[in-house]
Design a protein around this ligand. Structure first.
Ligand code: ZN
Length: 301
């Protein structure tokens, strides 16, 4: 009788050990993709996670798409490139399938050279606009050295059109090299009933020229929330519920401007900003949206 009890005990302990070993092995051998490093289960299982990264005065948005592909829209100043790569790795990804430079200003493309040199890249997208800065030339060099080509985008270009989601370019319509902000690639991501608009540094002149459908649930506000980043006309057409402003604390430009904040409030937008909310993660199953703010900032190098 005693022996049988001991045997039962041994089997139980053996089973327990086996379960622990299998769990540990699986979690090491097959790291799960998805937003999971802050242990927030409500977010970790969303098919779509959009990370508005806190990169000081600059822009960078990392997107986990429902088919586990990834997109990176802009890469902030060069000192953030490595930190952005670490962040995406912590989310479980080594690869950026769709890499977008909205326009060639250093606070959007500075960190991209590191990304191109150190991550697997699917396709690169940029509007057909040139500038002669060292930052831009470095990026072009590293794109060509890595045997990638640039897909020139403008209004009407479709980056991806799957059964689940669609990524389309709504602007620019025309290129004005005297105003790089207003050459920004404006991108709309639609997933089931929800849509997300990413505007780079576009100002009202470009935003109001868009012929396509700008309606969205979430708006990444153009040009760091400057006084020309939103207008009544644009907000009437886009009607976002959430507005995200990517902006550095105590920046010398006075971004975001009070008038832009007031207008967004007037239109009933819930405003999130990276200077006060740090990295903001907006998740969706295509029907509901959840927001997590206060996620870790990107480290500088
Ligand atoms: Zn900018």
């Amino acid at each position: 009788m005693k022996n049988r009890l001991i045997n039962k005990k041994c089997i139980l302990i053996y089973m327990l050990c086996l379960t622990v070993c299998v769990t540990v092995f699986c979690s090491c051998a097959f790291p799960q993709n998805g937003f999971n490093f802050n242990m927030d289960n409500s977010l970790s299982r969303s098919p779509l996670n959009i990370h508005f990264l806190d990169v000081g005065q600059g822009d960078s948005v990392f997107i986990e798409l429902p088919d586990e592909k990834t997109m990176l829209i802009d890469s902030a100043e060069s000192k953030f490139g490595e930190g952005i790569a670490h962040y995406t790795e912590d989310c479980g990804y080594q690869r950026i399938d769709y890499l977008v430079a909205t326009h060639p200003h250093a606070d959007h493309i500075g960190g991209m050279t590191y990304i191109v040199d150190n991550m697997q890249i699917g396709s690169v997208y940029m509007p057909r606009v040139q500038t002669n800065t060292k930052t831009y030339e470095n990026l072009l060099d590293s794109i060509y050295e890595n045997n990638l080509k640039i897909n020139a985008v403008k209004a009407g270009y479709m980056i991806s059109d799957t059964e689940e989601y669609k990524i389309e370019v709504l602007a620019p319509l025309d290129i004005d090299e005297n105003n790089l902000n207003n050459c920004s690639a404006v991108i709309k991501l639609t997933y089931e009933s929800k849509s997300f608009l990413f505007t780079g540094d576009a100002e009202t002149e470009e935003l109001n020229s868009i012929k396509g459908d700008v309606s969205c649930d979430v708006l990444k506000v153009g040009h760091h929330g400057s006084d020309t980043s939103v207008s009544e006309e644009f907000l009437q057409n886009s009607k976002p519920d959430y507005a995200v402003i990517s902006v550095g604390k105590d920046n010398p430009y006075g971004h975001p401007d009070d008038s832009a904040l007031k207008l967004l409030e007037q239109f009933g937008c819930r405003i999130y900003r990276t200077d006060t909310d740090k990295t903001i993660v907006i998740s969706s199953d295509g029907y509901d949206i959840s927001v997590k703010s206060g996620v870790r900032s990107i480290e500088e190098n």
